[in-house]
Design a protein. Structure first.
Length: 98
């Protein structure tokens, strides 16, 4: 089933401020910052999705999926979802899986 791609998303002021802070913070993981940049760009009506996709290094479908998830979940969509698997253990000799 094909879905209509979103044209412009509506960012609330409560979401816009943290997204801008995440982008400015030099310690933010790049995949999180990329998602924040995409959401901010998609809130501007003049954004061309193909140009944004080329600039961000993702597909148009990925941008549309991120926008749909934002509309469903909210700002937490920029962070990775928890994954299953054994948690990492920290040992005195270093980090990694034991």
């Amino acid at each position: 089933m094909r879905r209509r791609p979103p044209s412009v998303i509506e960012l609330t002021p409560e979401d816009r401020v943290p997204l801008e802070q995440i982008i400015r913070d030099g310690r933010t993981e790049q995949r999180v910052a990329r998602r924040a940049r995409i959401l901010l760009a998609m809130s501007r009506p003049e954004t061309v999705v193909q140009q944004l996709a080329d600039q961000a290094g993702v597909t148009r479908a990925a941008i549309w999926a991120l926008c749909r998830r934002y509309e469903e979940i909210g700002i937490d969509v920029i962070f990775d979802a928890p994954r299953s698997g054994r948690p990492w253990e920290i040992s005195p000799l270093g980090t990694g899986r034991d």
